[in-house]
Structures are given as C-alpha cells and as structure tokens.
Design a protein around this ligand. Structure first.
Ligand SMILES: [Zn+2]
Length: 386
C-alpha cells in the first residue's frame, strides 16, 4: 500500500471519532497512542482536570535536543445547524476529495504524520521526531497551553515546530494573537432621581471603554516597520456594552466585552499593562470613594498567543526548502504556533487543505494536498536521519 493510500485509510478512522471540542477525545488519543507505540515511539498522555480529554506527546528516535515537532489538534468544530451532504463523521471520497468533519482542520495532517511515521526507520534517526497532538484548540488552545506548560520542564529542547493547520501547503510564518475578555463593573443601584445615592456601573463602564479607545489609538504608532498584517498594527474591538434595567434606575451592574489581536508579543504586555494600571490607579479608586464595595473584574475568555514573524526562523527555511515554495506569508487565523514559539522553538505553519473549507459543511481535503504534505514530512524525516 502506498503511503498516500495508508494516510487516506487513517484519515477515515480519525474522521470516525466525533471529537467535537466539548466532547471527549480519548478514543482518538488511544488510537494514536497504539499506532505510535507500534512504530517505536515513546508516548506520554497528559489528561485535563476532567479526565475526559488528553494531549499526546510522542518521541521517536534518540533522546537529544534539536528535534522537530509535528503539531496538530485532535478536536473539531461542531456540525449542528450545518447542512451536510453525507454523514460528517464518515469519510467519503469523491473526485480527489476526502470529505468529513476535520478533513482539513486538521485530521488530514495528523493522518499524514501517522502514515509517514509508519515508514520511518527509527534506528536511523540522529535527532528525535516528536508529535504534539492536543485537545481544545478550537475553543481557546487550552490543550496546547497545558502541553507547553509541561514542555517547559521537559528535559529535551526541540528546535523546530511544524503546525499542520490548512494553508494549502503554503508556508506561513506569522499570525496575530487573539485575546478576549469580559470586564464586569459592580456599582450600587438606586433611583434615577437621586444620582448621589447610587453608583452608576454603566457610567464607569463607559469611562473604561473610553480608555480602551485611547489605548487603541496608541497601538497604531507601535506597528512594527514593514509589518505584513492587514492592518499592520494591533487592533482592539469593543464587542458589547451591557447594563441597566430602566430609564429611571441607576444601574448597579454593567459589563464590557472586548478583544484585541496583537501583532507582536510586546503589544500584549502594553495593552494588559495599560488597562490594569488605569483600573487600579484611577477608575477603581474613583468608584470606591463613593461606594466601598465597588468592583471591576476582568474575566479572560481566551488568550491565544500570536506567532510573531522572526528574522531568523529555521522552521520556515526548512519547510521552504522541502516544499519548493518561494513565498512566505502571514494569515488572519490563529493557531497553537505562538505557544510553541513562546518556549523557544522556531515555528512554521504549513499543512494540507484550505482554511476556506474549515468549519464548513462538506469540509474536505484534496488527495493531492495530502500527497504534497507527505513529501514534506518525508523530507523532515530524511533531515533528522542525516
Ligand atoms: Zn485548526
């Protein structure tokens, strides 16, 4: 059987596991573990607190620094409310396309990794090949955050990480981060006719929003030179401002939903620092002076680190050489790449299938894309053996 046929067969199995982010991924993790152990890998499983989900970390070859990580998430987005032509959890082949939930995002890549690993002569590897298969990427990269926490204490230092998110096998070296928050304001309810008897939570929420808009203006001048993102600076959006019950009631509660998308890691520190300082030094003291129990609490909905393009990036250079691509680009969607970059790895995003098909009904990956991916992975294995 050709490696491509084998990858296709494995993808059929993987699509059969309905690993929607809210559900367990353990069946798929067991399947991957068994296959990787059979191929000679040392496999470590890290469960989440609920025990219903797990990350898989595998190492093939010698226990040395300088290895290459192949990274993919095991979870998929829901299919509810989507009009599928066939069962989303049963792979269908039609006209060079393999259909099914997760086909391109990103079980196609994981299937290629597995099929390739079955062909690797482990004894020939001079540096290790690692696999990082995570849970909960589609929610807030929770699995990768936990895995990266474990890897900080890992005795080996892998050098390169390839994230197989669907890029049409184009070479991607950067994306913005995505940080989402809800900030809750607690004041004191009262009658609208006596404003001094209450503390208007909506008014303080408005001051907070006004400060966020000032911070947003400051972000434009921080845009890196020659930035390729569109727009080239970190954006900040106010997604919602809620509070109050009636015209004549002083609102005691309000909340603001907001997000920002950092183009560089220093902007994360800038925004969170500016906002924290404003609340601690200005807004909250003003509120507490009038009502000691006043509160401002920011709830983190999700923080996905950006992947910052770097002048020196071995992962990018390797994948450029292996794919024969000339161009390097940045993308609008977020991946787990920034997390791996944060622990010192060179990171590139390159995988089979197109992001336009991800999260949609009748998601598919083309066999020709899988074949290109297998070629790249073959080159990675060859490099580790040389
Ligand atoms: Zn994905």
């Amino acid at each position: 059987m050709s490696t491509l046929s084998r990858a296709q067969e494995i993808l059929g199995d993987l699509i059969g596991f309905p690993t929607i982010s809210v559900d367990s991924n353990l069946q798929m993790i067991d399947y991957l573990r068994e296959m990787l152990e059979k191929a000679g890998a040392e496999v470590v499983i890290h469960s989440d607190d609920s025990g219903a989900k797990a990350n898989l970390w595998a190492t093939l070859g010698p226990k040395l620094d300088g290895g290459i990580v192949l990274s993919g998430h095991t979870d998929v987005v829901p299919v509810a409310e989507q009009d599928w032509t066939s069962d989303p959890f049963e792979m269908v082949l039609k006209d060079d396309r393999l259909y099914g939930r997760g086909a391109c995002d990103m079980k196609g890549f994981i299937a290629c990794c597995l099929a390739l690993i079955e062909t690797v002569d482990v004894a020939s590897l001079k540096r290790p090949l690692h696999c990082a298969f995570t849970y909960d990427e589609e929610t807030a990269c929770l699995g990768a955050q936990a895995l990266v926490g474990e890897l900080r204490n890992f005795s080996l230092k892998p050098e390169i990480c390839v994230i197989g998110e669907p890029t049409g096998m184009r070479v991607i070296e950067g994306h913005k981060g995505c940080c989402e928050y809800t900030t809750h304001f607690t004041g004191l309810e009262g009658h609208g006719s006596a404003p001094d008897a209450g503390l208007n939570a909506v008014e303080y929420a408005v001051k907070y929003v006004s400060h966020l808009l000032d911070v947003r203006e400051g972000l434009k001048s921080r845009a890196p030179e020659n930035g390729r993102f569109d727009p080239p600076w970190t954006t900040l959006n106010i997604g919602g401002l809620h509070g109050g019950v009636a015209h004549n009631v002083i609102p005691g509660k309000a909340h603001v939903e907001w997000e920002f998308r950092p183009v560089q890691n220093s902007d994360y520190d800038y925004v969170t620092g500016e906002v924290r300082r404003y609340v601690q030094d200005t807004l909250l003291p003003q509120m507490k002076e009038r009502w000691p129990d006043a509160e401002v609490i920011t709830e983190t909905i999700g923080e996905v680190a950006g992947l910052e393009p770097m002048a020196v990036n071995e992962a990018r250079d390797l994948v450029l050489a292996l794919t024969g691509e000339n161009d390097v680009d940045v993308v609008a969607f977020a991946t787990e790449g920034g997390l791996f970059q944060s622990i010192g790895m060179d990171v590139v995003v390159c995988g089979p299938g197109y992001i336009a098909q991800a999260h949609k009904p009748d998601e598919y990956v083309e066999l020709s894309q899988m074949a290109q991916c297998l070629d790249m992975l073959d080159g990675i294995a060859a490099r580790l053996a040389s």
